[in-house]
Ligand binder design. Structure first.
Ligand code: ATP
Length: 248
């Protein structure tokens, strides 16, 4: 019997901007349900990679396959959360979470159930009728994550979503993200500069080289959840990733 297709397969992906070679023949696979963190030096092309995945950029060469076919966010159920997470200010919390379900024309009963489930998981049921201007940053982030998971995406792309948050809040939101990931089984690609965050969240960590960027290595992260950031095993893995980035 043939092996199951990987969820995401990146084949010989190359991206140039004029003479500037940014992505240099990237090759890797992500299994269904995996949580992959992508780390690398500043400016190495992490965002260029995500923009290629969303088809904002056409690759200069190579392919990105999702479920074995060239990625197409118009046809495949892919959600995104970026640092500048945005809610629609004219919609309530509930309407924001429902938005993607309406775009996808999800049947009402299913949409209602998904919205309730998400409101509950992120603890915003009581705030369902509030508008974004009435919410704290933490609540806004929760709306963004609830909206991203509400459509039950097959792939969730996150680009430094917690980059500008205080450490306390970051840990709280990371715990919620893990809860949602475990519950839904969504495949997550999470880009971060923060090595501690990558070790805290991931099942695998992909380390990119400096530009022109290729895959330096992919490390397994077998530490049991929830993780303790001061345990010797955690610190050891964090130091290992730091060294890999330091000596690119
Ligand atoms: N549209 C574009 N046109 C020209 N050059 C671009 C374009 N987008 C990105 N680049 C260049 O590609 C390189 C990688 O940029 P990118 O933003 O992907 O890196 P990054 O790893 O996400 O950066 P950071 O670490 O700052 O988040 C940079 O040198 C950037 O100037």
């Amino acid at each position: 019997m043939a092996n199951k297709e990987p969820k995401v397969k990146v084949q010989n992906l190359t991206k140039r901007f004029g003479d500037l070679l940014v992505l240099d023949n990237l090759n890797f696979e992500v299994e269904e349900g995996e949580f992959l963190c992508i780390v690398g030096p500043t400016g190495c092309g992490k965002t260029t990679f995500l923009n290629s995945l969303t088809r904002l950029y056409e690759p200069t060469a190579g392919d990105i396959l999702v479920n074995g076919i060239p990625v197409d966010p118009k046809k495949q159920n892919i959600s995104y959360i970026f640092q500048e997470y945005s809610s629609f200010p004219w919609l309530t919390v509930e309407q924001n979470i429902r938005f993607g379900l309406e775009i996808k024309k999800t049947p009402k009963a299913e949409a209602d159930a998904n919205v309730e489930e998400m409101l509950n998981i992120v603890g915003l049921t009581k705030f369902r009728n509030y508008y974004p201007s009435q919410l704290s940053i933490s609540m806004l982030q929760r709306v963004a994550i609830a909206r991203a998971f509400a459509t039950k995406p097959e792939l969730l792309l996150m680009d430094e979503p917690y980059g500008q948050l205080d450490i306390d809040l970051r840990f709280k939101l990371e715990d919620e993200l893990i809860k949602l990931w475990k519950k839904t089984g969504t495949t997550v690609l999470f880009i971060t500069h923060n090595i501690e965050e990558a070790v805290y969240l991931s099942q695998k960590i992909m380390v990119l080289t400096n530009k022109p960027t290729s895959v330096k290595t992919v490390l397994d992260n077998p530490l049991p959840l929830p993780r303790d950031v001061v345990s010797p095993e955690f610190v050891e893995l964090r130091n290992k990733v730091t060294d890999l980035i330091k000596w690119w």
